[in-house]
Design a protein around this ligand. Sequence first.
Ligand SMILES: [Zn+2]
Length: 288
Amino acid sequence: MDRRTFLRRAGIGGAGIAAVAAPVGTYALGQHLGSRQLSGNYSASVKAGMIRGGVNVWWSVSTTDKVLALTFDDGPTEQFTDEVLDVLARYEVPATFFLIGELVERRPDHVRRTVEAGHEVANHTFDHFSAAIQSPDEVRRTIERGADAIAEVVGERPRWFRPVRGEVTGQVLQAAAEVGHDVALWSVSRDPGNGTAIDDVDGVLRNYVDGLHEGALVIFHDGIGRSAFELTGPDEELVLARRTEIDALPGVIERYLAEGYRFVTTTELIDEHGPGPVGRTASAADEG
Ligand SMILES: [Zn+2]
């Protein structure tokens, strides 16, 4: 099969978890990781044994406050991250960046600049493989390594984890809990499934505006998935899709501000406008 077909089956294109149960193929990993053969039929179910505690998963929060959290996945990259940081600085709005550990190690200065600008950083795995094709140990390792790569730069592991393509498997939940993450998905994206062309800036802008709601987690990208560090080089189709998102970004921010929305980090969205941190007990002071 050609590369695009393979990537699609590997979860980088349009297939769902059910359709990628047992791919077999050779992946070109980042240079220092070498190549390897991945095979097997991973059930994506949790390991046997007692699991203590839990993990929170959020798409958004339920609130009437006009707040939203802007998020960016797949950075840091040379192509997009500086530009995104400049746009956010121009409008003086914060965001949360879900970083790929492999890229964090290559561009720690981008990560520092992101944090120094007041943004939140979060974990988006180390290798950006689909959890649906990884073994339980690989899922655990990529989440843990992603958290540690960030800790190496900013001094602590991040609170938030976002799985690749939003694929929440039993293994993902178990590993996230073990590493101490909460899971943040999203509720507003560039394409709600209406077939917007990948280079249609106005269409993408309209989707972001039409989809907006109070308490939203809004997903953008400042990277191109694994193709940012695959030996085969950038996926040109993804580059174009991301270019379109970034071109729409200033207009999206302006419209959101015009609607009276306030931009907050993911932590502030959940803790200040959602039900609050885990274990928080509601009191009379919370009412009204
Ligand atoms: Zn991603």
